[in-house]
Design a protein around this ligand. Sequence first.
Ligand code: SF4
Length: 493
Amino acid sequence: MVAGRGGGDVIKCPAMPQRIADHVDIDAVIAGRSRLSPEQAMWLYQHASLHDLGEWASAVTRRIHGDSVRTYVIDRNINYSNVCSASCTFCAFYRKLGEEGSYVLSTAELHQKIKELSDIGGTQILLQGGMHPELPLEWYEAMLRSMKAAFPHVHLHAFSPPEFTEFVAVCDVPGFPKTAPGNGDEIPREVWLAKLEVIMKRLMAAGLASLPGGGGEIFPAHVRRRIGVGKATGRQWLDVMRTAHKLGMLTSSTMMFGHIEGIADRVMHMTMIRDAQDEAIRANLPGRYVSFIAWPFQPDNTPLGRLRQHDPDGSEPFPGDALAKMVFDGKVDPEDKAACSAAVPNAGKRLRLAGSTEYLRIQAISRLFLDNIKSMGSSWVTMGPKIGQLALFFGANDMGSVMMEENVVSAAGTTYCLSEATICRLIRDSGFTPAQRDNAYNILKMYAAEGPDMHVDDWSAFRPAQSAFKGGGASASAEPEDASTVVSLPVVD
Ligand code: SF4
């Protein structure tokens, strides 16, 4: 394979498979007796065929999850506000405070959305906003309390790490300092961590049950400072999750790839998650990462999407790969902006989008690499139902959240809407039994012989539809006409 070709296109060298044993004891990895080193993950990425990666990742999935059942969850992605103090260059969702199209949902609107979810048998909401610079902590507590009072059976999966970093920065908490929006890192780390814990405990007392892994993107600083402008650093993201684990909550983890990052950046990102999970296990923390989902960057309507595209057929290597490898090899400090710019001046200025094979490749590598995280989600919302289905053969065991609403990724141009029946059919057509799960991956309903897909006479009404989002903020995202049948997945879970 030629590393760094556009979209990660892979040229398989027929002689390569014989060399795999020289680099990786893949049988031991599949059996769970050995783990991939970051170097081995890089080697596999560069040399293994897509087909082999799928076979190996599937074998790991079968070892962990068995041969028969693949899961999904019914929840609803509710974006309580699109107001955000950050300015991520990949984001088409946010609005500044007071800007046209900005909103904060009312309690009545929030409750109506949860009622619609509850009416179709949904079990949880994924509640996220932007990093709102002004809402007080009491507002969030009241929101959670009112939801829990009205819908005690609904699991509140809420607030990604960047939101927590803003809570720490701007919220008044007795005994702790606060800062201007986005400036939480001015607070000494120990104080920052203590304030974070107090805030998290208060939100848990109000009903918060688990944390989504949104805002992960790519952790290494040389990439993150160019895409996540004003949002949580990789270190802060991991600190928020560690605190959640310490307090007994389950969390998910994510990666958004296929933009300016190099392949080594993806491996470093996954290494940081794996190390954090190792630490949680070693420390016997009551909470853990329960899942990982990776998806390719969706460029429409975003500043990042306007970067010049890397020419995969040109003679120039992708600059993101060059810088990533230098950081990976310890030759450049990713925190040293000037050194990074001097080392590879074009890094961060070229875009390399990821296509389907690249997505599947990363899906498989993540399953092989993240040996301490149980569940791997398929990102059909960005890749479409058929590639999402194929992901079940590249390490994914879960079709993610069958949702009624998705605003963030649809704002960047790509989401697919599928019904619960269609999700079940995609799983069943893959040779598995579909099963509805809860947030902790407990099976709620098993559809071996029965199921939402077994009573559909006319599948034409269930054809996958792309989001009808027209831009203009989350409030402009189109709701499905029939919320009982048309659903869409999150990618920020
Ligand atoms: S991705 Fe999240 S943190 Fe970044 S600008 Fe968008 S809403 Fe804000």
